[in-house]
Design a protein around this ligand. Structure first.
Ligand SMILES: Cc1ncc(COP(=O)(O)O)c(C=O)c1O
Length: 482
């Protein structure tokens, strides 16, 4: 296919050139009805190009094939057989992918460090998870995606499971041995789904970036183009290859969950990103990797800071564009370091936990932004005014591997009660409790609550952890199965 084309962008230009007048949504009528004060902030272009896909960008029956062509170009560019654009983030795409492999009451192997959107997929669908535990790092106190051996053991224990879902890269940039897991899936004749929300850039520089799910043989992989790519927020793509997952089924599942009003803006940005990456991706990513490497070196020279690398961690692979910066050498925690950087340096970090903050470098960065990051970190380290790290009662490896007593769906939708946290140990949790980011629930509906996980969440909250999804944000009470 002609990768210099961008069908969505071209159709937008054609719409404007024809001077089409739409008596359809969106009601702002390409911005004509919008309060000038809104236009002053958002810009006229946003509204001008916010047009309906069906009967706007393309005709009533989509006979122009605008979206189809754009998706096929994306598929070809990233070594997939088919690609589908989604405008509801990977939060939706990952659910569609799961539901195309397993249905209510059927089993799916799910890495327990899954993002909360996966857990909500289990709750909504009634797919029963068989947890595959991640590899815990007792020193760094975080986890790596599960190993092929763990997936192998899980398939042996649960031969009925329809497939496996693994997130790679994680929010920390750590990657799974995808090719190894693929071999396990082949041996067991099962589907392999990769939640590659953090990996939209991977296909465009295979030499210098971790392996891309499609290249490792995944059946479906999901990316958020807005996370590491140049998509607008919520732009996501799922990619498909082989014949294990029926593309029509995948589309149908997406249709079940997705919006009937997808955003042309999101489609257009994804279309343009693909063209840009095909044409200039290697060069742009090389530059970004170079910036990240030089930032890494400079940050490591700042006393008290240390960037995660392959020498200090046990990941199978690491995304070089993720700078995960350990601030514990300053005696501080990541929550207050992130707050310091936002308040004092106007620099927003991506992730913060009990000892780290992270910064992602993308093709949108340059030497100036790299310098701001490094100098802000230097200023923070030199200021000496970060509060002493609050003590978080971190679970030992395995202490977050809770007993699953009932399916997440039954626990979530069954009879529940709110109990004081002091009385919650031993009960079955009916809600998610998720330190965010990274967004992997510490408690998932259906699990038996243990004192260790309660200590972790309570001390974490007191230290500054964000737990946005519990019914009682003070954590004085928890929602449990009645
Ligand atoms: C591993 C993983 N999967 C899925 C998602 C959901 O992606 P989105 O924000 O595009 O809905 C996230 C978001 O952070 C994530 O980290």
């Amino acid at each position: 296919m002609d990768q210099s084309r961008a069908p969505v962008l071209e159709a937008l230009v054609a719409y404007h050139e024809r001077g089409d007048l739409s008596f359809t949504p969106p009601g702002h009528k390409q911005g004509r009805g919008v309060d000038p004060r809104v236009l002053a902030v958002l810009g006229e272009g946003v509204f001008r190009s916010d047009i309906l896909v069906t009967n706007g960008l393309d005709d009533r029956l989509m006979t122009g094939g605008v979206l189809e062509d754009a998706q096929q170009l994306m598929a070809e560019a990233v070594n997939a057989q088919q690609a589908f654009f989604s405008t509801c983030g990977s939060s939706l795409s990952v659910k569609s992918a799961m539901l195309s492999v397993a249905g209510p009451g059927e089993k799916l192997l799910v890495a327990r460090d899954a993002h909360k959107s996966v857990i909500s997929g289990l709750i909504l669908s009634g797919v029963e998870p068989v947890w595959v535990h991640p590899r815990w790092d007792a020193d760094l106190h975080f986890s790596y995606p599960p190993s092929p051996a763990a997936v192998e053991a899980a398939f042996k224990a649960e031969p009925d499971a329809k497939g496996v879902l693994v997130a790679s890269p994680t929010d920390y940039g750590t990657c799974a041995d995808l090719a190894g897991i693929k071999q396990v899936c082949v041996r067991h004749d099962r589907a392999f789904i990769v939640d590659e929300a953090w990996g939209a850039h991977l296909p465009f520089h295979p030499q210098n970036l971790p392996v891309w799910g499609m290249n490792a043989g995944a059946d479906v992989c999901v990316t958020s183009v807005h996370k590491m790519g140049n998509g607008l927020e919520q732009g996501s793509v799922f990619h498909l290859q082989g014949d294990r997952v029926d593309p029509q089924v995948l589309k149908e599942r997406e249709d079940l969950l997705g919006t009937t009003s997808p955003s042309t803006l999101l489609y257009a940005a994804m279309d343009g990103w693909r063209r840009q990456m095909v044409e200039q991706g290697k060069e742009l990513l090389d530059r970004a990797i170079g910036l990240a490497m030089s930032a890494r070196t400079a940050i490591n020279q700042i006393g008290g800071l240390r960037v995660l690398d392959m020498e200090t961690c046990d990941a199978f692979e690491l995304d070089p564009l993720k700078l995960v910066i350990d601030v514990s050498g300053l005696g501080a925690d990541g929550y207050h370091a992130a707050d310091w950087l936002r308040r004092r340096a106007h620099v927003n970090m991506a992730l913060s936990d009990h000892r780290r903050v992270s910064a992602q470098i993308t093709v949108g960065d340059d030497m100036d932004t790299r310098n701001v990051l490094v100098e802000s970190l230097r200023a923070m380290a030199g200021a000496g005014d970060l509060p002493t790290a609050a003590k978080v009662a971190l679970p030992e490896p395995g202490e977050l591997e809770l007993e699953t007593v009932m399916p997440p769906r039954d626990a979530f939708f069954g009879r529940t009660e709110q109990v004081p946290i002091e009385k919650a140990a031993g009960r079955v949790i009916a809600e998610m409790a998720t330190p965010y980011p990274p967004g992997a629930p510490a408690l998932t509906p259906g699990e038996r609550i243990t004192p260790a996980v309660l200590r972790y969440l309570r001390t974490g909250l007191a230290a500054g952890m964000n737990i946005p999804d519990v019914y009682d944000p003070t954590l004085r009470t928890l929602r449990v199965v009645a």
